[in-house]
Design a protein around this ligand. Structure first.
Ligand SMILES: [Zn+2]
Length: 132
């Protein structure tokens, strides 16, 4: 007989949060989707109001020619590593964190040829990685 019910106290807790598994990011203007690898992400420290770590993330959309910018909550991959590094005054960077998909502010948009050229010159990895 298949098990259809289990008393709640016998159920193992599981992490129900959906992982950012598809690694796709959409342009908020035109909905074109991009691989996460095309997003330029910079560690920005501790958010002053939300009391969590956050990153500033930027995505260039080659379809509608906007740079989308938003602040996203990031969680330490290993909290202790981050706390120890910060206590010692060592730098932490974006690789010490995972993205949560939780947007703290934004997105905002920048357009204009000069702004886009400057962005792509600084971050050539942000160009030419479209998914669809
Ligand atoms: Zn777009």
């Amino acid at each position: 007989m298949p098990l259809t019910h289990a008393p709640i106290e016998t159920v193992e807790p599981v992490d129900c949060q959906a992982p950012p598994s598809d690694h796709l990011v959409s342009c908020g203007k035109c909905d074109k989707t991009y691989r996460q690898g095309g997003v330029v992400s910079e560690y920005a420290g501790m958010h002053s109001y939300e009391e969590c770590y956050f990153a500033v993330r930027r995505l260039y959309c080659d379809h509608c020619h906007h740079i989308q910018v938003w602040q996203e909550r990031i969680d330490p991959v290993v909290l202790e590593d981050v706390l120890v590094a910060r206590a010692k005054g060592h730098a932490v960077d974006i690789s010490d964190f995972r993205f949560t998909g939780i947007v703290l502010s934004g997105p905002g948009y920048t357009t204009g040829r000069r702004a886009i050229e400057a962005f792509l010159t600084k971050h050539p990895e942000a160009a030419g990685v479209s998914q669809s």
